[in-house]
Design a protein around this ligand. Sequence first.
Ligand code: R5P
Length: 293
Amino acid sequence: MADLIGNKVAKNFAENVEFSNNGNFHVKGAANYDWGMKDRLSRIFNPKSGKTVMLAFDHGYFMGPTSGLERLDILIPRLADYADCLMGTRGAIRSSVPPTYNKAIALRASSGSSVLQDDLSHESMVVGIEDVIKMNASAIAIQTFIGADGQKETIEELNKAVNFGSRYSIPTMGVVAVGKEMERTNQFFLLATRMLAEFGVQIVKTYYCDDFEKVAAACPVPLVVAGGKKIPEKDALTLAYNSIQGGAAGVDMGRNIFQSEFPEEMIQAVGKVVHEGYTDKEGYEFYLDLVNR
Ligand code: R5P
């Protein structure tokens, strides 16, 4: 292992220089993958914009029926058309998402904790690879707790998913968790996102932070940014805009869409910012126009 003492802090991220090994493929770091992997990534990341609007509704697996997600069978049909990819558990998707939607699925495949516990950092891959294949998932999503009690086990589970995924050309999305006590500094996200990429995941889900450009530049695979707790629509669109400007390949947004008073309008506005280059201001005006129509 590299000697930590005297280790020089990284600073040359060349944030303004394009990633240089992309061939003619639109997903960062994916030029050397095979056809199946590229096909699945192309279902998640729109080949025209290179970006994704991922709708996250996997919160129930550790929180129960949180606000906005009481009735998935009613909510998801209202929003699915506007999402590139749906992120949920197999139980939610099988029961509440019609297969006729033919949407990319980021299958939440790790769990092990609930809000009844103080330490949520212990998760393992609980969905078998056979079920991932049967559900035609476009990605296996595994949460990893860097810096927490469950770090070693969740790294092992993430690597298990990468191994299975490589066998069947199914991308793994490494989910960077921020537990109650864990810091949200750019140093933390630089470390966590890069670790997950080096383990071999094809996508990293993370959070926006200061100096996000450096985090994105230092991560050789696409970053998608979680929305986090509900904030005003205007601010959530600014978060999406800053993320895209900072080098994210999309958002994986949940509460800021499904807890909005106008979720359909909100997800469409997010789509404009992510795919069509709208500024946050233009996205918010678009949102208001839809709401007031
Ligand atoms: C949380 O455990 C899940 O991974 C969510 O999918 C993720 O946090 C994104 O949802 P939100 O935008 O509500 O934070």
